[in-house]
Design a binder for this molecule. Structure first.
Ligand SMILES: [Zn+2]
Length: 381
């Protein structure tokens, strides 16, 4: 099935130009100027902005569904919701849980990996936990937090080759360093998260292979001029990509600004970390086994005071970046291109040969259409 998008205002990399996009077999074949193709379905964009579709590498749930529901229906619901918010590729993200439950969830995701879904494509899994530190557990379930073993990790990786793309853990002991080395050897991106480690320990983790940071500033030892902590190690090392939840709740906009300035636009990756209440109203919800509540758009644990994920969407993070004064080219990098490069996706750019993963915006930068591998998965125009 071929698709011809007419009259787009295309923004990609540092280029902006107007014209048509011809899509064949899920890939971009031609862009710019006037293109005609009798075999293609035609959609006139009427001068609307077209950008590389967003990629969300840290999303637990949305629209009443959670990755930990261990259900194909839930994953499909999250996929459809993500596409409505401009996402073409995502990593369903697990929470700290018992090994057998995590194995079952991984198997469900494996069934849907790179298959045709109602919305965004699932290109793998982000495993958030269970090897964390109690002191910074946030909304991770304390009952299942434990010390890592390469043996257990082997079981997770054996579910399906190349399923686990990203693994968040704390480099808190020798076992963790061994796990990091093993994961890296297997091509998994290892991320420091929910960690009480002092600066020196994180540096050892980076030496062992950590290249990513899980929701920077949240759930980690903070920055102090005598003990730089996890945050200090992340800020200092250019090899580490930094996730950020930019919902104006988890991190002050001034700190987001500072992070981008220090790390550089190419090393910051916006995520949602959204949970099942994303897209729904205030009220009581579950995050895994834990009770949480949403009030005025803020998600908190019911039992003690901690933020418990977000109800952020990628398009809203994108608009927040623009509002903070970053250019559209920079915002595209941080919501799409950087993640594509880190995980080797043929996405994140609008160019011939790339996957046709596209998001169309109206003049308020609201999503009006999402194309996933050449197929329109959401259309509001
Ligand atoms: Zn998370």
């Amino acid at each position: 099935m071929n698709l011809l998008l007419k009259n787009g205002a295309i923004v990609t990399g540092d280029k902006e130009f107007s014209g048509d996009i011809l899509i064949k077999n899920g890939g971009i074949q031609k862009i710019g100027g006037t293109i005609s193709d009798r075999t293609a379905e035609v959609c006139d964009l009427g001068g609307r902005i077209v950008i590389p579709a967003f990629i969300d590498i840290h999303i637990h749930g949305a629209d009443g569904a959670d990755t930990m529901d261990n259900s194909l229906e839930s994953l499909k619901k999250i996929s459809a919701f993500a596409a409505r918010h401009g996402v073409a590729n995502f990593l369903p993200t697990t929470l700290t849980g018992p090994q057998d439950v995590l194995m079952e969830v991984l198997e469900k995701i494996a069934d849907l990996q790179d298959t045709d879904l109602p919305g965004a494509n699932i290109f793998g899994v982000h495993m958030e936990g269970p090897y964390f530190d109690m002191e910074y557990k946030g909304a991770q379930n304390a009952k299942y937090i434990k010390v890592s073993t390469v043996n257990e990790i082997k079981k997770f990786l054996r579910v399906k080759k190349n399923l686990v793309k990203l693994f968040s853990l704390s480099p808190n002991n020798e076992e963790a360093l061994e796990s990091i080395r093993f994961l890296r050897e297997k091509g998994v991106v290892v991320s420091v998260g929910h960690s009480a480690c002092v600066y020196e320990k994180v540096k050892k983790g980076i030496e062992a292979g950590i290249r990513h940071a899980t929701h920077t500033f949240n759930g980690m030892r903070g920055f102090n001029h005598r003990e730089p902590g996890v945050v200090g190690a992340i800020l200092e090392d250019p090899a580490v990509k930094a996730e950020i939840i930019f919902d104006k709740i988890h991190v002050h906009p001034a700190m987001v600004h500072l992070l981008i300035k220090i790390k550089g636009v190419e090393n910051v990756i916006c995520i949602t970390d959204s949970m099942s209440a994303a897209g729904l109203s205030d009220g009581d919800y579950k995050l895994g086994e834990l009770d949480v509540y949403v009030k005025d758009g803020v998600v908190r644990l019911a039992t003690y005071d901690s933020l418990a994920g977000s109800i952020l969407t990628m398009d809203s993070a994108f608009r927040n970046l623009l509002e903070l004064g970053w250019s559209m080219a920079d915002a595209i990098r941080m919501t799409s291109t950087n993640a594509a490069e880190e995980f080797g996706l043929n996405s994140g750019e609008i160019a011939p040969g790339k996957d046709a993963d596209l998001t169309v915006l109206d003049n308020h930068n609201e999503v009006v259409m999402t194309v996933v591998k050449g197929r329109i998965k959401y259309k509001g125009i």
